[in-house]
Design a protein around this ligand. Structure first.
Ligand code: 5GP
Ligand code: MG
Length: 199
């Protein structure tokens, strides 16, 4: 059995400079976002029989989506997508290459209200392009939901309909957000220690 001291004392959070949101605080923030979405779409779904489709942008949104949908008190469908743009400086089409999971048809359904769920809005380029691309697909509506917003960094105006919290211009990790694909599994969000970047 591998139970040496190194393993027993290992703790991902040792790499964190400062905790910004504890698991309990995230729970409350996510609950607030879920309530906003529930209120916004209650009539559409329960009275007008429209669809509500929660579309998580992978990988960063996986924890957020998982907790969010548990708190939305409406029938809904869940889909995921990967988004890749054709380079940050390409302004030609303003579109983004989208790979959708199991059920891409839901995005073009005229009865679907799509809610795109992102981890964090930074420059705004990703969400802006996703919005442009998805709005052309003939669905009922497309709205944007982000757990975090870094308003100081915005380069492209993007209408975030459902927001968790604003964050300072620091590089944050945890609760889905990564640094070099690590830290996504932390249950809280914090600022990464500088020495981690510099190593
Ligand atoms: P945007 O197109 O808005 O510039 O890009 C947003 C994406 O940048 C997010 O989905 C996320 O992947 C990444 N990002 C922006 N700020 C942070 C941050 O503070 N921490 C982490 N881990 N990712 C970030
Ligand atoms: Mg992302």
């Amino acid at each position: 059995m591998k139970t040496d001291n190194k393993l027993l004392s290992y703790n991902l959070s040792d790499d964190i400079e400062k905790v910004l949101f504890s698991a309990e605080e995230l729970d409350e923030i996510v609950g607030n976002v879920a309530n906003q979405i529930t209120e916004r779409f209650a009539d559409s779904v329960l009275v007008n029989n429209e669809k509500l489709v929660i579309v998580g942008v992978l990988n960063g949104s996986f924890q957020f989506v998982s907790d969010l949908v548990k708190k939305i008190n409406l029938p809904l469908e869940i889909e995921f997508m990967f988004a890749s743009s054709y380079g940050r400086n390409t302004t030609t089409s303003g579109e983004v290459n989208i790979k959708v999971g199991k059920n891409p048809d839901v995005l073009v359904d005229s009865n679907s209200n799509i809610v795109i769920v992102e981890d964090i809005v930074d420059s705004g380029r990703t969400l802006s392009k996703l919005l442009t691309t998805l709005r052309k697909k003939g669905n009922k509506s497309v709205s944007l939901c982000a757990l975090f917003d870094k308003p100081e960094r915005r380069e492209v105006e993007v209408p975030v309909d459902f927001l968790g919290a604003k964050v300072p211009d620091e590089f944050i990790v945890g609760y889905g957000l990564d640094y070099a694909e690590k830290y996504r599994n932390m249950p809280f969000v914090g600022i990464l220690k500088r020495e981690i970047y510099e190593n």
